[in-house]
Design a protein around this ligand. Structure first.
Ligand code: CU
Length: 136
């Protein structure tokens, strides 16, 4: 009896995927046109919930920073978007209207080579922001 109770108590934590909230902001604590947090390290199967906390933003995958086998995604402006990250690797995420202004974030799923170079194809400001994010 004691054993079965202990097993039941463990069940909710086994294989339980987490949900991580990200605010999409025009003016945040870390600057203008930002995701907060701008960096997440999560497990495969976890969900990220992009919240339209302030108006005018979305979240979309960056084709040059999408792991092999992972699907592209693009949220609608001013709408909440839930993305389940099943494939391990480093994901770049952009706000479609503010990509050139550097509104980007990084999601590392599972085991990721932290020192991997950023692709050359990114807009200059987006690249600078990502370097700052990774240096924090
Ligand atoms: Cu934006």
């Amino acid at each position: 009896m004691r054993l079965s109770i202990a097993l039941l108590a463990l069940l909710p934590t086994i294989g339980h995927a987490e949900i991580h909230d990200v605010a999409m902001l025009t003016r945040g604590d870390t600057g203008a046109m930002v995701y907060e947090p701008a960096y997440l390290e999560i497990a495969a199967g976890d969900t990220v919930r992009f919240l339209p906390t302030q108006r005018g933003h979305n979240a979309a995958s960056i084709p040059e920073m999408l792991p092999d086998g992972a699907g592209r995604f693009i949220g609608k402006i001013d709408e909440e978007l839930l993305v389940v990250f099943e494939v391990e690797g480093r994901y770049g995420i952009k706000c479609s209207p503010h990509y050139a202004m550097g509104m980007v974030m990084i999601v590392d799923v599972g085991e990721v080579a932290k020192a991997a170079p950023l692709p050359d194809a990114l807009p200059t400001r987006a690249r600078e922001r990502m370097s700052e994010i990774l240096a924090r």
